[in-house]
Design a binder for this molecule. Sequence first.
Ligand code: NAD
Ligand code: MG
Length: 401
Amino acid sequence: MSQKQLLVILGATGSIGLSTLDVVSRNKELFDVFVLAAGQNAKKMAELCIEHEPLYAIMATQQAAEQLSAYLANTPCQTLVMHGEQAMCDLCAHPDVDVVMSAIVGAAGLLPTLSAVEAGKKVLLANKESLVMSGQLFIDKVKQHKATLLPIDSEHNAIFQCLPSSLQNAKGDQNLQQHGVSKILLTGSGGPFLTRDINTLKDVTVSEAVAHPNWSMGQKISVDSATMMNKGLEFIEAKWLFNCDTSDIDVVIHPQSIIHSMVQYHDGSILAQMGNPDMRTPIAHALAYPERINAGVKPLNFSDICDFSFTKPDFSRYPNLQLAIDACSAGQGATTTVNAANEIAVSAFLNGKIGFTDIYKINAQTLEAATYTNVQSLDEILECDKLARISASEFIIKVAH
Ligand code: NAD
Ligand code: MG
């Protein structure tokens, strides 16, 4: 890498955004922060602007942008404050930008991420929801605009690292079987309720659900990890990133989160990527690819590992995982619907409106009631997403306590 790469970080105040800034700070000779974007947390954004001095900071709303301007008013920080989705889209496509970290949570990440793809940028994809909701359209745009798409999700980053370089450089039209790959083994820890009595899952509290045993993450993905909807979304994400069929992917429970996923080859070899569970590893990998940089992550110490185990997922414990795998087979309308329903249901759970096991009920009922037909264009995707949110909200009113 000869000159500094200019970065946009979408979702800068979140867990992935902060980990990205940590890696960038360790490699200042390689990267410069050009844009930071986030939702509502103006106070955190002000701290980040003072520390990283981006040229632009974008908040989701005018109110949050005004708060940010007020925080920065009496500081030497020169960052220009903007707001709204259009500003995020415009700056992702700015000609000076090299790399866009897509780490907004949920469907709100779709349009800025697509804008980066359409501008042919190097896109580091953490925001799995955008790929789940728009699969084929997203991948077609990557090909059409010659964007570079690198996975940040630890599992997909691990799979990517275990693939031959000819497959790493293909854009959504890889043929895994022709390159000797027989299976993708997508690992998941099983979350905090791997061994909890199934009959008590209905009583799970918010603080129990967001307390992941191995990873520190945002609230939505933490709940998704507890229901294993996260693994379901990752299953769909893997299908699109690696151009494979549902029969090419197996989910393996690995409670220690040391192996981050594996690729099985026809000759019997299985390649695994390992490391301590710290998102700075996949972030650093993608930022520097194909080179390697310091991520600040402690190396794995094998003498500290007491247990190293693997089991099959129990779908009666994780019905959301089955729902997402079935949606993956059913097609785009189903995956857009289940993603939207799940965002609404998880938000209702986090706000204390529904119970933990109601998340599955809302997701299943919304899918069951959905009447989508052809979901291909961006307008059709956004309409399908909107209708699923309305439908899920209606089911929530019926079960809300
Ligand atoms: P988080 O909740 O910690 O952060 C979310 C970020 O998105 C925040 O900066 C928030 O301000 C921003 N945001 C929310 N709504 C916005 C909007 N409308 N416009 C602009 N910004 C908005 O979440 P996270 O854990 O960092 O996860 C971010 C994404 O990365 C998710 O899609 C998640 O699935 C994915 N991911 C996270 C992890 C992890 O370890 N945290 C791992 C793999 C994938
Ligand atoms: Mg993951």
